[in-house]
Design a protein around this ligand. Structure first.
Ligand code: SAH
Ligand code: MG
Length: 814
C-alpha cells in the first residue's frame, strides 16, 4: 500500500494498472517492471553483461524470478505481464483510483512514429490518453496490438535527464515459454523487421515500427509526466549522434557551423570544446567515457598521467601531472586517447605525433583529431574498410575494424549522406555582380554594400548575422529555417561551412551577401527548421534550394595585428610598407615582385605613392588572399586620374598563385623583391628553400625580407597581458605572435640565416627593422634583411611556368 501511493516511477504503473478493465485489472507488463525498476536492470547486467543491449535477456530474467514467486504473483493469459495472485480489495482500489482521478482531463501528447522500413518517413502522431486510461495501452493500440504487455520499452534516449524512450512491439514469435528458457536464442527470431533508426538511437535491437515518446511516472509527482516530442526533436537526436552534429548543435547553427579543422587557440574556439564533444559522442553511442592520457617530455624523459574524463566542465579539466615545473624546462605535451565499448573492448586508440606547449591544447587537439576522423566516417558510412584504415593510419589512429563496424553498423542506413555532403555542394544560380574580372570563383554570389576595407583574414574572428531559408526553385515558396543575430567564427580553420567562409572572406564589414546552395542532408534541415512538419512537406513536394543571406558585422583581427596596432604608431604593418616604399624609390626600381603578397596590403599601398614602378607582381599560395588583393586593387587601378592620385608609371599588375619555394621564370631578374612577414608562416626547411630559390633562381637586384624578432615578444606580451590568453600559467611563457607562425627567430638566428644565404649566392646583406631601435634591447619589433646582388649581369633563363596566373591588369585596357 505504501509503495502504491509513493512517487516511485513504478508505483504510477501499479496504480494505473488497477484502473485497467476486467481481467487486466492490476496486471503490470513485465517490460514495465524491467524498465522502471533500476535495481532489476542493475542486477540483470550483473547476471548477464549482454542485458545492456538485449532487452529480451532482462525480460527472461524477470520472468524466471517471478516464476519462483508463484505463490504471490501470476501471469494473465500467458501474457508478458504479472498480477497479484490475491487481488486487492475493491475499497483499496477505490481509494487509490480516487486519488488518481484528480487528473480528470484526457491528455494529448505529441509523439513520433519511426517506421521499421527506412524507406518510410518518420511522422508525428498525437496520443490521446483518457483520464482513467493506461498510457502504455494507448501506445500498444498505436502499434497495432491490443494491450500493454506486448509493448517493449527502450532505455532513455538523448540527454541523461530526459525520459524519452522508444516503444515497440514484442517480437511476435516470442512466447512466454521461450523467454523462460535460461538462454534466449536471439538468432532464432526474424531480424528482418529490425528497425535500424530506432536501434541506432537506443543502442539496442528494436523490431518493427517504434514510437518515440517522452511520457511516464517520475520521482517528483504521482501525476503522469509528459512532454511533446516533435519531428524537430527527432532530427536533432540524429544530428546529435554525429561528431560534427554535436558541435553544430552546441553553436545553435546547424546549417552554418562546421566542426573546425584545427584547435588554434582557446579564445578563438566557439561552441563546445573538442573534449566535451568527444565525451558526448561516446555517451550517445553508449561507449565508455574516453580515456585521455597526457604525457610530458622533459628532456627525453616521459611521464604519464591518466585521466578518465569524468568531470563535466567545459574547457577540459586540468590534468594533474607528476612532472611539475621544478626542473625549469617547458614540457612538451602530448595527449593519447583511447575509446572503449561499455564492455571494455578497445575500439580506437590515437597516438598524436605533435606536441603542444599547453596541456589543455594537447588534449583538445587530440580530441579534435579523433572527432574529425570519426566525422569522415559518419558523413560517408559507406566508405570501405580500406579507405577508413588508411585515413586512420595517416593520422596515427588505430582501430579495430570488426568492433568498429559492429558498433556503428546502423550508420549506413541512418545517416544517408552520400554525395550530398555539405562541402561538395555546388553553387548554383548565376547572379554575379560587381566582381573584378573573374577571379572570384563563387560566381553565384552577390555582395552589396560599400566596401569598408575592413576584411577578415586568416586567424581573425568574423562576426556575421545570417538567415537561411528553404526556397522552392523559382522562389514561389519560402520557408525560414535558421538565423542568427551574431555568429562568430574563426577564419581559416573551416569553422563555418566552406561556402559561407569563402563568401565572408570576400566581404568587408557592413556588406551583405546572398547565395544559394544545394540541399545538405535533410536531417540537418529538419533539425534546424522551426516547423519541421511544414518543411518536410515542402521538401517532399518540390525541388528546393537553400538561400543564405549574410551580413558581415565585425572583424576581430588576430592577436598579432591587434598588438601591432595598439603598440605602434603608425602601425607596424604601415611602417613595414613605408620602409619598403622608401627602398623602392631610392633604387628607382621599375619592376617589383611581392613574395607572399597575401591580400595585397603592400601592392595596394604602393599605388598611393608615386614611384618609378612599371611592372608589379604578387605571388601567394592562398587563393582567398589573392582574391581579396584583386578586389582592392581593381577599383584603385581603374580610378580616373585626378589631382589627388599620385602619378606613377604602373603599366601592369599581375597576381600569381603558387608557392614561393618554386621558381617561375616570368618573375626572373626583377629589380626588387619583397617578402614581408611571410617566412615565419612556412616550416623552417621551406623558409631556407625559399632563400635558396629566390637568390639562386629569381635573382632580384634587391631583396627585402622581414620577419618578427622573437626577442621583442616579451614587450608585446607585457603590453597586452590583459588580452588574449586568460590562463595564468601562460603569461610568463614566451609564445608566438600568431598561431599560424611556424617559428619566430631571434636576431642571431635571422642574421645567421641571411648572412649565410647571401654569402653563398654572391649577395651583400645589411640588417635593419621597424618598431623599436637597433641599439636598444631587444632590437626592432620586425627585423628586416636587405640583400643586394653584387654582380649586375643577368643570364638567359629557360621558360618555366610553375605559377597559375590568377589576375592581370594592364594600362592598355584602360
Ligand atoms: N606580405 C603580406 C602577407 C603576410 S601573411 C603582408 O605583409 O601583409 C603571410 C602570407 O604568406 C600569407 O598570405 C600566406 O598565404 C603566404 N604564404 C605562406 N607560405 C607561402 C608559400 N610557401 N608560398 C607563397 N605564399 C605563402
Ligand atoms: Mg606573420
Amino acid at each position: 500500500m505504501k509503495f502504491l501511493s509513493s512517487h516511485h516511477p513504478l508505483s504510477g504503473h501499479f496504480r494505473a494498472a488497477l484502473q485497467r478493465e476486467g481481467r487486466l485489472c492490476g496486471s503490470v507488463p513485465i517490460s514495465v517492471i524491467a524498465t522502471y525498476d533500476a535495481k532489476i536492470s542493475t542486477i540483470c547486467k550483473y547476471i548477464n553483461s549482454e542485458a545492456e543491449s538485449n532487452f529480451l535477456i532482462v525480460l527472461s530474467l524477470v520472468l524466471r524470478a517471478a516464476s519462483k514467486l508463484d505463490n504471490l504473483v501470476t501471469s494473465v493469459d500467458e501474457q508478458l505481464s504479472l498480477q497479484r495472485r490475491n487481488p486487492l480489495l475493491p475499497e483499496i482500489i477505490h481509494a487509490l483510483v480516487d486519488r488518481e482521478s484528480r487528473l480528470s482531463e484526457s491528455l494529448s501528447i505529441e509523439v513520433i512514429r519511426i517506421p521499421s522500413s527506412v524507406e518510410k518517413t518518420v511522422e508525428p502522431l498525437v496520443l490521446t490518453i483518457s483520464s482513467n486510461g493506461y498510457y502504455v495501452d494507448v501506445i500498444a493500440q498505436e502499434l497495432g496490438v491490443n494491450e500493454a504487455s506486448k509493448v517493449f520499452i527502450s532505455g532513455t534516449i538523448g540527454k541523461a535527464s530526459s525520459d524519452m524512450r522508444l516503444y515497440y512491439n514484442a517480437p511476435e514469435c516470442l512466447l512466454m515459454d521461450q523467454l523462460s528458457e535460461p538462454h534466449v536464442n536471439l538468432a532464432s527470431h526474424d531480424k528482418g523487421s529490425l528497425n535500424a533508426r530506432a536501434s541506432y538511437l537506443s543502442g539496442q535491437e528494436v523490431f518493427g515500427d517504434a514510437i518515440l515518446a517522452a511520457v511516464g511516472y517520475s520521482w517528483k509527482s504521482s501525476d503522469l509526466f509528459h512532454e511533446d516530442v516533435s519531428l524537430r526533436t527527432y532530427y536533432r537526436l540524429l544530428v546529435h549522434m554525429m561528431p560534427s552534429g554535436v558541435y553544430k548543435l552546441s553553436r545553435e547553427a546547424i546549417l552554418a557551423a562546421e566542426l573546425p579543422m584545427a584547435f588554434t587557440t582557446r579564445s578563438n574556439w566557439k561552441g563546445s570544446f573538442p573534449r566535451e564533444i568527444l565525451c558526448t559522442f561516446c555517451r550517445v553511442h553508449r561507449l565508455s567515457e574516453p580515456l585521455f592520457e597526457s604525457s610530458i617530455d622533459l628532456a627525453g624523459s616521459c611521464k604519464k598521467s591518466k585521466v578518465q574524463s569524468v568531470k563535466k566542465d567545459t574547457n577540459g579539466a586540468p590534468v594533474t601531472s607528476s612532472c611539475g615545473k621544478s626542473t625549469g624546462t617547458i614540457g612538451d605535451f602530448k595527449c593519447e586517447i583511447k575509446i572503449f565499448s561499455k564492455r571494455q573492448e578497445l575500439i580506437l586508440q590515437y597516438k598524436p605525433k605533435e606536441s603542444y606547449k599547453k596541456q589543455t591544447d594537447a588534449m583538445q587537439s587530440s580530441a579534435l583529431k579523433v572527432l574529425l576522423w570519426l566525422n569522415t566516417f559518419f558523413e560517408n558510412p559507406d566508405m570501405t574498410t580500406e579507405t577508413l584504415s588508411s585515413s586512420a593510419e595517416k593520422l596515427g589512429i588505430q582501430f579495430s575494424p570488426d568492433i568498429f563496424s559492429k558498433k556503428f553498423m546502423f550508420c549506413q542506413s541512418v545517416h544517408k549522406f552520400g554525395s550530398t555532403r555539405h562541402q561538395s555542394s555546388k553553387p548554383i544560380n548565376y547572379s554575379c555582380i560587381n566582381q573584378p574580372n573573374n577571379i572570384v570563383s563563387d560566381k553565384a554570389c552577390s555582395i552589396c554594400g560599400d566596401n569598408s576595407e575592413i576584411t577578415p583574414s586568416n586567424g581573425s574572428l568574423a562576426c556575421v548575422s545570417y538567415s537561411i531559408s528553404l526556397v522552392t526553385e523559382g522562389e514561389f515558396l519560402k520557408e525560414h529555417i535558421e538565423s542568427s543575430e551574431a555568429f562568430e567564427f574563426e577564419i581559416g580553420s573551416e569553422a563555418a561551412i566552406s561556402r559561407l567562409e569563402a563568401v565572408v572572406t570576400q566581404m568587408s564589414v557592413g556588406q551583405s551577401s546572398f547565395f544559394n546552395m544545394e540541399l545538405p542532408p535533410q536531417e540537418f534541415i529538419l533539425a534546424a527548421a522551426g516547423d519541421s512538419a511544414a518543411t518536410q512537406s515542402l521538401l517532399s513536394s518540390r525541388r528546393c534550394i537553400l538561400e543564405y543571406a549574410v551580413t558581415l558585422l565585425q572583424v576581430t583581427e588576430p592577436l598579432e595585428e591587434r598588438m601591432e596596432q595598439a603598440l605602434f604608431s603608425p602601425s607596424l604593418s604601415k611602417q613595414r610598407v613605408e620602409f619598403a616604399v622608401q627602398h623602392i624609390r631610392e633604387s628607382r626600381a621599375a619592376s617589383l615582385v611581392d613574395f607572399g603578397c597575401g591580400s595585397g596590403s603592400l601592392l595596394d599601398s604602393l599605388l598611393d605613392y608615386s614611384t618609378s614602378l612599371e611592372k608589379i607582381a604578387g605571388v601567394d599560395i592562398s587563393g582567398k588572399g589573392l582574391a581579396r588583393a584583386a578586389k582592392t586593387l581593381h577599383p584603385k587601378l581603374n580610378r580616373n586620374s585626378s589631382a589627388e592620385v599620385p602619378s606613377n608609371e604602373t603599366r601592369s599588375v599581375l597576381l600569381y598563385k603558387g608557392s614561393v619555394t618554386n621558381f617561375d621564370s616570368r618573375l626572373y631578374g626583377f629589380d626588387i623583391g619583397t617578402c614581408l612577414e611571410v617566412i615565419e608562416h612556412m616550416e623552417e626547411e621551406d623558409a631556407s628553400l625559399f632563400g635558396e630559390v629566390v637568390l639562386k633562381s629569381f635573382c632580384p637586384r634587391i631583396l627585402i625580407v622581414s620577419t618578427p624578432n622573437y626577442e621583442y615578444n616579451s614587450i608585446l606580451q607585457k603590453s597586452t597581458s590583459s588580452g588574449q590568453e586568460d590562463d595564468p600559467d601562460e603569461k610568463n611563457k614566451p609564445k608566438f605572435r600568431n598561431h599560424d607562425h611556424k617559428f619566430e627567430w631571434t636576431r642571431a638566428q635571422f642574421n645567421h640565416w641571411a648572412s649565410d644565404l647571401a654569402e653563398r649566392h654572391n649577395y651583400d646583406v645589411e640588417f635593419s627593422g621597424v618598431g623599436g631601435k637597433a641599439d636598444v634591447e631587444p632590437g626592432f619589433a620586425s627585423q628586416i634583411a636587405i640583400f643586394r646582388r653584387r654582380d649586375s649581369s643577368l643570364k638567359n633563363v629557360e621558360l618555366e611556368h610553375h605559377y597559375e596566373s590568377i589576375w592581370e591588369w594592364s594600362s592598355d585596357n584602360m
